[in-house]
Design a protein around this ligand. Structure first.
Ligand code: NAP
Length: 556
């Protein structure tokens, strides 16, 4: 079976190359790229190449025209490739543009880099004087062009045993298009196909599933040689690199921006703990409906990707519902009530939409002993599912539900507020909506048959439960709170949906006032656990998910 190598580029001669190489190998690297264009101590490079070594080396002297540090002329660059190539690194990377420039350059490169594959396996160290293997490469730091196939066709026509192309990704759709080239070509040619930047991460991680020759990893965080390159540690610990194979199912979170999302940590930890063959990736998709719709259409017609489930976050939750509606795809009753989708699941009949935020609000509130459901007697009816929430309040056990009849104040009128209000109403609460934009509050209150109060009155509204659904108090503005500490009192339950920081100023003040407090962490975990169950048809490993979330107050 094909094995995709984990490659670490080295871009400096300090600390000494042999030490850097040893550190990379300890971290799981299998091949090293020497970016000689970024190194100023050539004597150190030569000494390193002459010494015995434990892994193959890719020799790269990247021109500035393709994002490298070599400003000199091509003749001097090719002369250096020849000189260092004689030291038998194993692989030599040359840009296609350089290769195509003249027969004379090609002849010189071919003196040290063969267009046939060497007899040795790529992972084995060659000891004879056979020539290195040629990698023909192409880099585009501006865009991922529309006609990607044409770029790869040109690379293939160069006749090298290995081809490599890297493109700046605009969003995750570009990563999928690059992966499509891997999917269609990997069986006949060794190739590396990468989308660069945060939006391209999927192309780097799924390189293994789709049979790339290698993927690049930074030796550690902060030491990337190209934008969006994960560290060795991220590849192996976060994305479970060693477990990925051709059958790996793919999941991810779609939103914009996603740089601080904890969902990959939580879902990948759950996947690892449950022993599922899967991986969960950040898939940044630009904010407009057209971008979302184009991304979903692309993944929908790419079954080879095995993309089976998506978390949907800001600003695409309503876009996801529209996309499903336009395809007459099924949505759960709670999705219709919430008007938004936070979970997409691929089923044999197409994509299905769910909203696990609404259930998560109730699950989070239930962690407060005062609102927990009494134990279910043996042979009692099953608790209501998400499709039955409309009737939950009137179910026979409802009279025992401590939520029934409670006065709930929902602060906010966005997606989270709507989900909270829908769920609380279904549980029999009496709801008041209060939002900075009064018109938005009026529309939501009308839709749900709830009360509405002006934002200026928020400190005077009597409530047993406060569910804070605005973004006030979120990192970095952690000293903001939407309501005055004076109005918080013992006996009141306060759920802040904000989960970074885990304890907001509102929760701190509520706790000091003797109220029961529930962190947005509980809601976040509950919605993620519900997603896990939808996708993997088994109980979520809650402990592993909680341990992975553990968000320090800060950017992520
Ligand atoms: P949204 O649709 O954009 O709504 C944002 C809400 O915040 C609106 O009601 C907005 O009021 C209000 N707001 C923003 N800045 C404000 C300010 N300075 N003063 C007063 N109100 C302000 O976003 P969303 O999806 O509902 O998310 C809202 C919050 O819920 C976020 O903090 C998010 O992290 C949290 N959330 C948590 C979870 C979880 O699992 N824990 C899940 C989903 C959401 P206007 O209408 O007046 O602009």
């Amino acid at each position: 079976m094909h094995h995709t190598l984990l490659a670490v580029p080295l871009t400096s001669t300090t600390p000494p190359l042999d030490e850097q190489c040893a550190e990379a190998l300890r971290g799981g690297a299998e091949i090293i790229e020497l970016r000689v264009d970024a190194m100023d101590d050539l004597a150190a490079v030569e000494a390193f190449l002459k010494a015995p070594r434990a892994c193959p080396i890719i020799l790269t002297i990247r021109s500035s025209a393709e994002g490298g540090g070599w400003d000199g002329d091509d003749a001097a660059r090719i002369a250096l490739i020849e000189r260092l190539g004689l030291l038998q690194p194993g692989f030599i990377d040359v840009e296609l543009a350089t290769w195509e420039r003249s027969a004379n350059l090609r002849q010189k490169i071919e003196l040290v880099a063969a267009r046939e594959r060497p007899s040795a396996r790529p992972g084995a160290v060659s000891t004879d004087r056979e020539r290195n293997t040629l990698i023909l490469s192409h880099h585009d730091f501006r865009e991922t062009p529309r006609d990607l196939a044409a770029v790869f066709d040109r690379l293939e026509a160069g006749g090298a045993p290995i081809i490599k192309a890297a493109f700046a990704a605009r969003d995750a759709a570009d990563a999928v298009r690059v992966l499509e080239q891997l999917h269609t070509r990997a069986a006949r040619v060794s190739l590396v196909a990468l989308a660069m930047g945060d939006a391209g991460l999927a192309s780097r991680v799924l390189a293994r599933k789709l049979g790339a020759f290698l993927t690049f990893a930074a030796p550690r965080r902060g030491a990337e040689s190209a934008p969006g390159q994960p560290s060795l540690d991220d590849f192996r610990r976060l994305y479970g690199w060693d477990r990925l194979d051709v059958r790996t199912r793919v999941f991810g979170v779609v939103g914009w921006p996603l740089a601080h999302s904890r969902s990959p940590h939580v879902h990948n930890a759950a996947i690892a703990a449950a022993g599922v063959n899967g991986v969960y990736l950040p898939l940044p998709v630009r904010p407009d409906w057209e971008d979302f719709s184009a991304f979903m259409d692309l993944v929908d017609r790419s079954p080879w990707l095995d993309l089976d489930g998506l978390s949907i976050t800001i600003p695409h939750k309503e876009h996801a519902l529209r996309w499903l509606h336009e395809r007459n795809s099924p949505v759960s009753a709670i999705v219709t009530a919430c008007g938004s989708v936070n979970t997409l699941t691929r089923t044999p009949g197409g994509w299905r939409g769910d909203n696990t935020d609404a259930l998560a609000v109730i699950a989070a509130l239930r962690t407060c002993p005062a609102l927990a459901l009494p134990p279910t007697p043996p042979h009692a009816p099953e608790p209501p599912t998400d499709t039955q929430t409309e009737s939950a309040a009137t179910a026979p056990a409802a009279a025992l539900d401590p939520l029934v009849g409670r006065r709930a104040l929902v602060l906010g009128a966005g997606g989270a507020a709507r989900a909270a209000a829908v769920a609380l109403r279904a549980c029999g609460c009496r709801i008041t909506i209060c939002n900075r934009d009064g018109e938005r509050a009026r529309r939501l209150a009308e839709a749900l048959g709830a009360d509405r109060r002006d934002w200026s009155e928020r400190d005077a509204i009597e409530a047993d439960i406060i569910v804070q659904c605005t973004s006030v108090g979120m990192w970095p503005r952690v000293e903001d709170s939407p309501i005055s500490a004076r109005r918080l009192h013992a006996g009141c339950v306060v759920l802040d949906t904000v989960y970074n920081p885990p304890e907001t100023r509102l929760l701190r003040e509520a706790r000091q006032a003797g109220a029961h407090v529930v962190s947005g962490v509980e809601m976040f975990l509950a919605q993620a656990e519900a997603q896990f169950q939808l996708w993997h048809a088994r109980p979520a490993p809650a402990g592993a998910m909680r341990a992975a979330l553990n968000p320090p107050p800060g950017p992520g």
